[in-house]
Design a protein around this ligand. Sequence first.
Ligand code: COA
Length: 321
Amino acid sequence: MFSRIAGTGSYLPEKILTNADLEKLVDTNDEWIRTRTGISRRHVVVPGETTTDLAERAARKALEAAGVEPGDVDLICVGTTTPDLVFPNVGTLLQRRLGIHGCAAFSLEAACAGFLYALGVADKFVRLGDAKCALVIGADTLTRIVDWTDRSTCVLFADGAGAVVLQPAKEPGIISTHLHADGKYKDLLLYPDGVSLGFDLMRAGKAGVRMKGNEVYKVAVNTLGQLVTKTLAANGVSQSDLDWLIPHQANIRIIEAIAKRLEMPMEKVIVTIGDHGNTSAASVPLALDTGVRDGRVKRGQLLLLEAFGGGFTWGSALLRY
Ligand code: COA
């Protein structure tokens, strides 16, 4: 038994923040942001708009694309690091919105690799026969925890959600997933406060995403390079067999480095970072849905998905769409 993606969906908040808008907030400029990151604009939530709001819109589109009803869903697995509430989890809040009851619904935290982690977990539920219609989501509102006075991070992050429906299949579908983490890198990229620390920094207005950008960049390129090579080797697949690379959208230069490692022309890479920014766990399913809906990604094609995030966490999936 395998799992296959039966439908995809995504949603971006309506409000757009351009590089020109950011020039009014911090000492930055459009040229620096575009050349160093590839980002021109990004979508951001407005007050009152939550991760579950974005996840619900993306989920409904994925369900529609898969031709299934909310009542068919028997597993909800959400990758997010920016939940609406401490509990109930976003999966459960989404289950309530969809008007369904009883199926397992949970969120897992793996920062920007959250969707790959959710996909890896849900794939195993489906393969084992424990789910027949799994809703897998990556959704984040990182702009809620960004330090808007820190120009080195606030220009990067954005909000959004992406979703896929997984169903059982006799043929893959998802060929393999590869999930990894190394907590030794904690201090390179983190939000330094939380529930059991008492939110003291946040209350004092001293929290916010912290990142050693240069060091993150080097580890990301190196780690993702090894990951994509390992993913192909594990399946005896050559890089020339790939139809599409669907990477985490953190920085165009990281994306280009991985494409180069795979000897893939940029025409075979789905790139959304220019309009989306880094939407964390939403980034990969947003890019996938973009490629599917604009007709580039077609049924039967071989896709390589990869992501890297705080922790560090990283993961990949090789799949036939
Ligand atoms: N606007 C203008 N200047 C900026 C700036 C901004 N928004 N942010 C930083 N700078 C300045 C720095 O202060 C520094 O100035 P200095 O040379 O006078 O000290 C200069 O630009 C270069 O900074 P540096 O950090 O070396 O730039 P960089 O080329 O490494 O690019 C990142 C910075 C963050 C874009 C890059 O390191 C990166 O993308 N890292 C990976 C981040 C990532 O992927 N995070 C998410 C992982 S999920």
